[in-house]
Write a new protein. Structure first.
Lengths: 635, 635
């Protein structure tokens, strides 16, 4: 009988002290339950997303010291954990000390694994270098080590042999991406399996939540276990980690598969948990395998869970307890208010409505109704006086040309005055109110707005976190509906907020009561923008126009069939719209995102570190121009 | 006789069309001058820093097509150039189409090089994965290809054989980092040299300006040429490229070394140039080798050149012609105003002074004198009325608790009111004035302020570019002096601006006329912060305190000897200061930098993409705490 504990800890990134304590506590509990092996996530001690903290030698020494504490505590218990593995005598490609993303195995106070490898730990072979990952910047992979040592990687990939209860166990220990080898020229697990009859496969991970990822992971890992006929333990962390611009939740969902590839047990998502399994008793745990733990993970339920957990943990990590949210009577701010009220308590939230002359009684009323339904604090701070003062000051202040002595004044256009309103709301009122309330204020922008910079810098784009910044507009509506029907006992977001046309209400041209609003047609632009920025191979105007010309566009984008034909009566209209938004996405949108708040990520591609970009000129290819000329001339 | 042209073009990143035209034009000129070989920089066609644009298949096809145009134009001229090399039949580690950072050689309309390699181009072996570089995210290296093909890298590294004027030439073609192999386990040039007697070494680069880099490059490349006894041609680009958060200038300085390692000719810095050399006549060109082209490149003269060029190009690339600069009478805004006035013309600049009750007549007078000396446009927009209105509105607006019905009001502390002033200046006045003037406004913050977030978000931290954001305070002073004495015919920055104490003038505690100002003691903190963020192995409180205890700190940091002893009378004082700034650097400073404007980089480490960071908790190691306890108890 071998009892294995899945040590799904919450990793606090950059806090080896706290993480080590959490591990030691779980090890004690595991010992009390007569566990043989406890397994912790990848980079359990330091955390994974730390930016360039890896360049601090004192931090590296601290991680090593914490690792020694875990090793020393491995009496009567074999412990497998992730930490940075350091070779102080070698250097990386950057000339800094050599660091590996490593898996350590210890028992009776001693590290195992140096019987068949040059280090008493195992190192990651496949370094993800896409999305938000940055492994190759900091760590030396097994592939690089193989080149350096002039050996094939297959020689270096070695199982770990341990003695548990007098029984010799051969473990294939891998790290995260090593189990996702489809696109790589080598398969670490197949190599390990060919080396020896494995008793157990261990995959330690630090894998962020992504919509739809867990179902895929279950398919991939289940197949691995079944193919090799070996039980597989996947241990992931919970908590949040960030890359500055992008905040990731880690959902845990640590799982153990039997040698037939069936899930026999696991940990629940978004909570630290110690789950103990006897791998010689591969019966399926029906308590774990119910719908709630293994539900479809690409639906709005998952979005809600991840965002709520992310908000709670981000507040905790930054030491904030209260927030100020500007509410306009529109859907984005309403959903954000309901999300925060549910996550951190209505009593910690101050909703602020900031009407100008352009705000309708409709939206003012809806804001107040929302606040009342949620039971938050509420204040109304009109901005018209301040906006009038600013416009007057700008248009009457003398500008003196000190070369010629001539004096003049400036003019404020309608567009300029719209942005003055937006900045007055955020940088003047919300920032001031938040500081006075001992809080931070949120950014309520959605992903479509982020894409084309349809928000004002230092205005509605400002805030300490963009909690809806990775949701397309249709997802914002769906989340609002979910909050109303599944989360709160009775609907909190008034129906009127769902029904009105989305509008910034910054001018008479955006009067909601006349059905006027945003220039964005979300049922189409949500999908167009998704193709621009979210697809693995990103669509450009050349692709879009090609599909449009072939009559395939709606199907390709995944929007409602016939929609583009309905929206654009001529190719010229279609092209004008396409070019307008592409220029904004690759132009002002970039400039604005550089100064945007961090986004709470849920998708396969969120803005920030997962969407690296340069502030360059917008580009259309020569093929695009040729196609455009053809379409416009045939018209 | 072999005539070689160094095609130092300006690369416009993401504009293959423009870059191809620039190359074709230079090729025509080279042909007119009977040149045999023309060499262009690395990634000459697409540009180098493009973020994730590499994921757009249409963009890749465009680059390939542009490459074909260059190849087709290679009649009577051998052309060597950088472009993305695509293998449409293979994929990278991310599953996307395989891309190489490649060197192409063409003559008579045909690519050379497939006689001894699997592609008709050469690929980069060493991918830099430090600082701002991100090669491994997008490109497949020769090291990876070697692993995939199960061959040692040395087998794949092959010279290129071309026939020029009926003479067979063996060229060792490498890309940028391949020539900087010190920290890597293999040396591409040594391998190539061992393969065949090389006639020429070609290093095509896309290498950003960094203070002090050119002198090092000259030492390294000169040694390579001499060691192998082969002439070496280094071709670099000019222009600017950016990673969103960080803007780099490319200084060119393309150089040709003879087989003794002496510089025989080259291009001037920061300008496109075609320089033609006969490599069979290795005489040293005395016109090129004068003090101005090969001057010391780590002095303030280089800083001035790089910043000026960067400002000009960034304005050009973003389509801006005018700027608004807030001037306070302090050194940062004064230096920025002089820098911009010189770079883009005083007539395009509107300086705005925004006094509150806390601003002294001294600084108001100095601002006006500065504007007058520069001959800019000038306006005074006081902020006190607006600030008073905001404070009154915040403190008198009723906050209703909608759960209980209780009403209350908020209070504004002195600290909160300071930030209200800063935001009023930037987000209200400067942003509004800039929009009305058809301009953008600058961020005047320096690197010390960036380090610890000593600036207000949406306030003085805002702006479209932080042109001084990579300069420590002492460098700002030095640049001001340089502008006064070397750039303008007579001093433009009044002496009083150099003489007053640096101060934000946001409260009575910061009254300059009483000598009160910033809490930052720049002659010490500049150097402390540099150790935190700029050193290759970054110093942490543990290191700092260790050196302090050993009496080595001033020498280690490079600040004035005896300074720490003078500033801090007790270890407790020293420790309080250290912890205060470390917490800000790793805490609020990070949160602010996430939303900071792009920084114009000059140093080995600028904020942004070259200083990746996560918004985590501040950390002190256990060794630090032990040392602190010892120091405080022995006192």
């Amino acid at each position: 009988m071998i009892k294995i504990a899945l040590g799904q800890i919450e990793i606090v990134p950059g806090r080896p002290d706290l993480n080590t304590t959490a591990m030691l506590t779980m090890m004690d509990e595991a010992r009390r339950q007569h566990t043989d092996i406890i397994i912790f996530p990848e980079m359990a001690i330091p955390g994974y997303l730390l930016g360039d903290t890896w360049e601090q030698l004192a931090f590296l020494r601290e991680c090593e010291e914490c690792g020694r504490k875990i090793i020393a505590a491995s009496h009567e218990l074999c412990v497998i954990f992730g930490n940075v593995g350091i070779d102080w005598h070698k250097h990386g490609d950057d000339g800094r000390v050599r660091k590996y993303n490593a898996l350590f195995t210890a028992t009776n106070g001693t590290l195992c694994g140096q019987d068949n490898f040059c280090y008493p730990f195992r190192i990651k072979t496949l370094h993800p270098n896409y999305r938000e990952f940055d492994d190759t910047r900091h760590f030396y992979s097994l592939r690089k080590l193989a080149l350096e040592l002039n050996q094939p990687p297959s020689e270096l990939l070695q199982p770990i042999n341990v003695i548990i209860n007098g029984r010799s166990l051969t473990i294939g220990g891998i790290l995260c991406e090593d189990g996702w080898n489809d696109d790589y020229p080598l398969n670490p697990l197949a190599i390990l399996n060919a080396k020896a009859k494995l008793d157990l496969i261990v995959n330690i991970s630090c894998s962020p939540f992504t919509l739809g990822k867990n179902n895929k992971r279950n398919r991939v890992f289940s197949k691995q276990a079944a193919n090799f006929g070996v039980p597989l333990v996947y241990v992931n962390a919970v908590g949040i980690q960030n890359n500055g611009k992008t905040i990731y939740t880690f959902d845990g969902f640590s799982t153990i598969y039997n040698s037939q590839g069936e899930i026999i047990n696991g940990c629940h998502n978004f909570q630290p948990e110690l789950t103990i399994v006897d791998i010689d008793d591969p019966a399926i745990n029906s308590t774990y395998n119910n719908a709630s733990t293994l539900s479809k993970d690409d639906n709005i339920d998952s979005v809600y869970q991840s965002l709520t957990y992310g908000i709670q943990k981000f507040m905790e990590q930054t030491g904030l307890t209260k927030v100020v949210i500007g509410v306009s009577g529109g859907i984005d701010s309403a959903v954000n208010a309901a999300l925060f009220a549910n996550a951190i308590g209505a009593e910690n939230i101050l909703l602020v409505n900031m009407p100008s002359v352009y705000n309708s009684d409709t939206t003012k009323g809806l804001s107040e109704k929302l606040a009342s339904n949620l039971g938050c604090r509420y204040a109304i701070l009109p901005i018209q006086d301040s906006v009038d003062h600013t416009i007057k000051q700008i248009t009457t202040s003398l500008v003196t040309d000190l070369k010629t002595g001539t004096k003049s004044t400036l003019e404020v256009s309608s567009f300029v005055s719209e942005n003055i309103q937006a900045r007055d709301r955020s940088a003047r009122v919300l920032a001031g109110m938040a500081a006075a309330f001992g809080a931070a204020f949120t950014c309520n922008a959605n992903k479509a707005e982020f894409t084309v910079g349809y928000s004002t810098l230092y205005g509605d784009q400002a805030g300490f976190i963009a909690s809806l910044g990775d949701l397309w507009k249709h997802q914002v509506y769906a989340l609002g509906d979910y909050l109303n029907t599944k989360v709160f006992p009775s609907p909190v977001i008034p129906q009127g907020i769902f029904d009105i046309v989305p509008s910034a209400e910054l001018s008479l041209a955006q009067a909601v009561d006349e059905g006027k609003g945003d220039p964005l047609i979300y049922p189409y632009h949500d999908y167009l923008f998704r193709a621009f920025m979210e697809w693995w191979n990103r669509a450009t105007p050349e692709d879009i126009l090609t599909w449009y010309a072939a009559g395939e566009l709606d199907a390709r984008l995944g929007c409602e069939a016939g929609l583009t034909a309905k929206l654009f009566s001529t190719p010229a209209d279609f092209i004008a719209d396409l070019e307008r938004w592409w220029k904004l996405y690759t132009g002002m949108g970039v400039a604005k995102r550089i100064q945007a708040p961090p986004v709470l990520a849920i998708s396969r591609r969120a803005y920030g570190f997962d969407h690296r970009e340069a502030q360059n000129q917008s580009y259309f290819t020569s093929v695009y121009y040729a196609l455009k000329a053809r379409l416009l001339s045939t018209k």
